[in-house]
Design a protein around this ligand. Structure first.
Ligand code: GLA
Length: 397
């Protein structure tokens, strides 16, 4: 009957009698119970590149626990590229580089788990990783089983190496299915840089998907990545997040730039993956990464991720609905000089009320407004506030 219906539809369409929708409906979102809020953690790549070692991962786990970051929600410690031997062993398994990981991965996972944290690892949906190490194309089940046997909790899965002309949708689905088959909850973070139509199949495949190119530790890079994010906003949902790439907080940005970067990534419901050396970070960096009020915006699902509301050239307004009916706002100043950035509660979508509370998430103070939201924002900086109709005063929102 279904086949007959399909045939009838095809014939009708061929005769020009029917308009057949061009796009297939979105696949069912991945439902592995993970990343119901965006994942928080740390990854070695932005600072350490190929020099990752067992001691770096252990010391970072220690620093996560002692710095207050674990208490703020950072959970996943992820080993990026360059962790393995240059070739698989005779059985076909990946082997940790014994110079970098002399105690093996199981012992390292036990250590990280002992701190109440989780361990992540990296591979690619190609023949090799970006740095040329063996990767997982056509070895998905073997590699996923090995990682599960070590106690791995997170996979960052890149798009490098020879991919043999096979579409990303298939290559990434093969690893999704291999991870599921292990029976171990392993968060699946896709890293294919927004290419190959990942906007259409990412939500059915992973818990997050990179939207854009690699971030670097410059203000220009933060802005270039930011500019591409509005196109992705409709894809995010609990369990599957747009990933504008890892944080550069504490690397080469000024503290003002780092606060803006962190504010914007939180407004985007992005995975917050620190990429700095946690063992030597300054107090200013630590206080940015552990700002509980900003992290709470990242972790709140009010029905959509934040997006750009207004563009006044070098000054921009970004907004995100919060689940309690308030609105999180980032007033961004991209320019090299301080500027006043303003919007209104009406533009933000708040209903009319006789007054509004304006909570500044960086100064941790609450002011009031009769409808105008305005701040002097430093060069390369941002002000981040939550605006809500004043309690007790009716809002018609
Ligand atoms: C790609 C990824 C980066 C990092 C490197 C490792 O460039 O996008 O995040 O994992 O590979 O080689």
């Amino acid at each position: 009957m279904r086949r007959f219906f399909g045939l009838a539809v095809s014939l009708a369409a061929a005769a020009g009698l029917l308009v057949v929708p061009a796009a297939t409906p979105p696949d069912t979102p991945l439902d592995n119970g993970l990343a119901l809020t965006p994942q928080l953690g740390w990854n070695d790549w932005n600072t350490f590149g190929c020099t990752v070692t067992d001691s770096l991962i252990r010391e970072t786990a220690d620093a996560l626990a002692s710095s207050g970051m674990a208490a703020a929600g950072y959970e996943y410690v992820t080993i990026d590229d360059c962790w393995s031997e240059p070739a698989r062993n005779a059985d076909g398994d990946l082997v940790p580089d014994p110079d970098k990981f002399p105690q093996g991965m199981r012992a390292l996972a036990d250590y990280v788990h002992g701190k109440g944290l989780k361990l992540g690892i990296y591979s690619s949906a190609g023949v090799t990783t970006c740095a040329g190490y063996p990767a997982s194309l056509d070895h998905e089940r073997r590699d996923a089983d090995l990682w599960a046997s070590w106690g791995i909790d997170y996979l960052k899965y890149d798009n490098c190496g020879n991919t043999e002309g096979r579409p990303g949708r298939e290559r990434y689905a093969a690893m999704r299915d291999a991870l599921t088959a292990t029976g171990r909850p392993i968060l699946f973070a896709l890293c294919n840089w927004g290419v190959d139509d990942v906007h259409s199949w990412g939500p059915a495949t992973g818990n997050s998907w990179r939207t854009t190119v690699d971030i670097t530790d410059s203000w220009a890079s933060v802005l270039a990545i930011l500019d591409a994010q509005p196109d992705w906003a409709s894809r995010a949902r609990p369990g599957g997040w747009n990933d504008p790439d890892m944080l550069e907080v504490g690397n080469n940005l000024t503290d003002t730039e780092a606060r803006a970067h962190f504010s914007l990534w939180a407004l985007l419901n992005a995975p917050l993956i620190a990429g700095n050396d946690l063992r030597t970070m300054t107090d200013a960096t630590r206080s940015i990464l552990t700002n509980a009020e900003v992290i709470a915006v990242d972790q709140d699902w009010g029905g959509s991720q934040g997006t750009k509301l207004g563009d006044l050239g070098d000054q921009e307004i970004w907004r995100k609905p919060m689940s309690d009916g308030s609105v999180a706002v980032v007033l961004l100043n991209r320019a090299d000089a301080d500027a006043t950035v303003s919007t209104t509660t009406q533009a933000l979508g708040l209903g009319s009320a006789s007054g509004y509370a304006v909570r500044d998430l960086w100064t941790h103070t609450t002011g009031s407004s009769d409808g105008t939201i305005s701040a002097t924002v430093p060069a390369h900086g941002a002000t981040m506030v939550i605006v809500s109709a004043t309690p007790g005063i009716a809002s018609d929102r």
